[in-house]
Ligand binder design. Sequence first.
Ligand code: PLP
Length: 291
Amino acid sequence: MNAGERIAYVGGAFVPEATATVSILDHAVLYGDGVFETVVAWQGRIFRLDDHVRRFLRSCMAVALDCPVTEDRLKDLVMTTVRRNGLQDAYIKWILTRGSNGTPLMDPTGCVPNLIIMARPYIDRSSPTGLRVKTVAIRRPPGHVLDAHVKSLNYLNLVMAKIEARAAAVDQALMLDVRGRLCEAPGFNVFVVTDEVVRTPRHDVLRGITRETTMHLAAELGYQAYESELELYDAYTADEMFLTSTAGGLVPVVEVDGRTVGDGEPGPVLSALQNAYREALSSARWSTPIG
Ligand SMILES: Cc1ncc(COP(=O)(O)O)c(C=O)c1O
C-alpha cells in the first residue's frame, strides 16, 4: 500500500480503497439489502460510537442479518480504519451487506454478510445561513411497509425526495408520512421550536443519534423538549426550525414552502443548542478516542 492511499475494510481485510470491490451478486447491489451507520470523528475522538454500534446491531436484528464480528471487534475495526487513513476529523461509514449466495435470486438463504468500513476527511454539511426546504409529494412509508427505525440500504424513498427538492431548486426536502404528519428530511431528523419549546416528530423516523443528543442538550439547557405528532401547521408557524444528523450537526431551516421561518435567520434556541453540541462533540463525555 502506498503512503497517502485511502484504506477501506472489505471482505475481512484492509485494502486500498481504490481496489475495494463488492460482488455484483451481493444482495446490497441486487436489492438494497443491508444496513449501515455513519459516525464522525472530531479532534481524534469518535462521537457516540457505542450508541451507533447499538443502533447498528438493532438494525441487523430487525432485518435478520448476522453481524460477522463482535461489538468490540466492530469498534476496533472502525477505529483502525480511521487510524490507517491518518485522520483526526473524519466521516466514517460502515455497511453490512446481506452478501451473496452465488445466485442473482432474492432468496437470502446461504448469503454470507460482508462488512465494509470506509473513512474520509470530515465532510462539512453545515449551513450557517440556513436551508430553504419544501415538502415533497413522495411520503415516508409507514413502519409496516419499510421501517424508518432501521438504517437500511433501502434509501430510494429518500433519494426520490432529494430529486424532487433539487427539481424545485430548494436546498432540502421535508417529508411527511402518509397521513400528512411531519417526518424527516432525507438523511436528517427535523425539529421545530415554538415559544422556546423544542419538538421533533415521533412517528416513522429514524431515531437519530443527533436527535437524541439534541433532546438531551435542550433539557440540560432548560428547554422543554419532546417528541410529538407534528403537522405542517407546526412547521409553518414555528419560531425556529432545524435539521439534525451526524454528518451535518444541527442545521438551520429558514424557509418552508415559501414561508420564512421566524425572522429568516438561525434563531437563539438553535444557536444555544449548536454551542452545546459543539462542546459535546469534542468532550470526553460522549466520545471515544481513536487511540
Ligand atoms: C433517514 C435519516 N433520518 C435521520 C438521520 C439522522 O440520524 P443521525 O443523527 O443518527 O445521523 C439519518 C442519518 O443518516 C437518516 O438517514
